[in-house]
Design a protein around this ligand. Structure first.
Ligand SMILES: [Ca+2]
Length: 485
């Protein structure tokens, strides 16, 4: 792409929006007309984030390096000095760069390549004036130039994005990074969105459990305290109603930004990227937060819609890409050299429909209590504190309900396999050893789909992937904890 023809970039990043929350991409219970439109116009992927919490996942996007190789493995850890960040690379290529909303990394975006900022919050050293109101959930107030803006975070931040579009230079392309605070709790969408899903309430997720089957090492972190223990079906459905309301609300206001883009005549020359920092459990697996390595938390929705990209394509299961691949992919798409400090792999050929994936396996971690490796078909999660391993067949069990390693489900080699029960036929049975972790645990009842020897072979292979990853990262451990498997 010649420099004069390079498109503008309108980049939306949500806060805690899980995959499975877009109507057109498989959730009939939620209304997302704007995202449906982007899905029809573009390509959908579900990347992994290496550490599914806000600060590391954003640092991965900004640096093009995974959380263990960019210095930011946990909250308050700075991105390594000397790395070329995404706005720096785009600025060097002649882009006018604006940052709106949640930063949540060290320093200030104005020091990291952005020409202008607005409504910046969750900033370690935010400049006075960026945000002048106290944190009160989603009620924000700040100065946008001389304009005092006040209201729900989604509404005022998208309004600032619209003002950015209106004043953006016309003689060069622009990059607008819009980081909304939605659908992060408190889930307080205003009317009429607030009441959109209250009657009837949305259904429970297929992998709802009253409690997580065992102590994963971080069951009492703040997100998990948002609902009572054990989880009640009614309370989880109310949480999901409020979560969906936040998403439909920001879907509407993102639509207003896109409307302004069309009105300005820039739509056809703009790449639109929509994603989230990480996902969320919101009742799945007995969990509420993102602090786990199940698919609903460690993967994110990602849409690319723009010039020269296919329309209506999705590569959500097979493509093992990470959030740290986004930066090199964007450089590749723009025809720009990827900075040497990036370590991600461009998945542009996946976006273009010429490849299915960019790597054979991918790994993730959460603090020192969870590790994960997957080849796209099978997924192993290891909990070092209790030396427990789970194995899921992501193709036949996408909701990760049937842990193939649960001991009493393993079949003798000689026993003939019985067909797995359909999801609707499954029921929950008590853990036969409920005292193991000092509390009652619950498991779904159905037979393993693999003979024990095949399970052992898959486990050995994915354990080796995890060991190799740990060795690769050795020497770069920190607050995120040991990577030893
Ligand atoms: Ca977040």
């Amino acid at each position: 792409m010649a420099e004069t023809r390079r498109p503008n970039i309108l980049f939306f990043i949500m806060d805690d929006q899980a995959p499975g929350t877009i109507h057109r991409l498989g959730n009939p219970c939620i209304a997302t007309p704007t995202l449906d439109g982007l899905a029809e116009q573009g390509v959908y992927l579900r990347p992994y984030t290496t550490v599914p919490v806000c600060t590391p996942s954003r640092a991965e996007i900004l640096s093009g390096r995974n959380a263990f190789r960019n210095g930011c493995r946990w909250f308050d850890e700075p991105i390594q000095a000397g790395l070329t960040l995404l706005p720096m690379a785009l600025r060097q290529a002649g882009y006018h760069c604006g940052c709106i909303g949640k930063w949540h990394n060290d320093g200030h975006p104005a020091e990291r390549g952005f020409h202008e900022t607005c409504g910046i919050f969750d900033c370690a050293r935010g400049r006075p004036g960026d945000r002048i109101g106290p944190d009160n959930g989603h009620q924000f107030q700040y100065l946008d130039g001389d304009v005092l803006v006040r209201g729900h975070s989604t509404e005022v931040l998208t309004a600032s994005a619209i003002r950015f579009l209106a004043r953006a230079p016309r003689d060069r392309p622009w990059f607008c990074y819009v980081a909304l605070h939605s659908p992060h709790d408190p889930r307080t969408a205003p009317p009429p969105w607030r009441d959109l899903y209250r009657s009837p309430l949305p259904p429970l997720p297929p992998n709802f459990m009253p409690e997580h089957p065992f102590d994963n090492g971080d069951l009492l972190i703040r997100d998990e305290r948002l609902a009572g223990f054990p989880r009640s079906q009614e309370e989880i459905r109310r949480h999901r109603a409020d979560y969906y309301a936040m998403i439909s609300h920001h879907d509407h206001y993102i639509g207003q930004v896109l409307h302004e883009l069309r009105r300005l005549g820039s739509y056809d020359h703009t790449l639109i990227v929509f994603t989230s920092d990480h996902g969320l459990a919101c009742g799945s697996h007995g969990l509420m937060g993102k602090e786990n390595l199940y698919e609903h938390s460690v993967r994110v929705p990602l849409l690319w819609a723009g010039p020269d990209l296919p329309r209506g394509q999705r590569y959500d299961q097979a493509c093992l890409c990470g959030h740290y691949d986004l930066f090199p992919t964007l450089m590749d798409y723009l025809g720009l050299a990827t900075p040497h400090s990036c370590e991600g792999i461009s998945y542009l050929e996946v976006l273009q429909g010429r490849r299915q994936t960019v790597r054979e396996t991918i790994c993730a971690a959460y603090r020192d209590c969870m590790r994960m490796a997957t080849d796209g078909r099978y997924k192993l999660i290891y909990y070092p504190h209790i030396d427990r391993t789970q194995l899921f067949d992501l193709v036949n069990d996408p909701y990760e309900i049937n842990d193939l390693l649960t001991p009493w489900r393993r079949l003798p080699e000689s026993r003939e396999l019985t067909p797995a029960l359909s999801l609707s036929q499954r029921s929950f049975i008590p853990d036969p050893n409920p005292q193991r972790n000092g509390k009652q645990a619950w498991f779904p009842l159905y037979e393993p789909a693999l003979p024990a020897a095949e399970v052992d072979r898959v486990v050995a292979r994915l354990r080796q992937v995890l060991r190799d990853w740990s060795r690769q990262l050795s020497g770069e451990e920190g607050k995120g904890g040991s990577h030893e498997t």
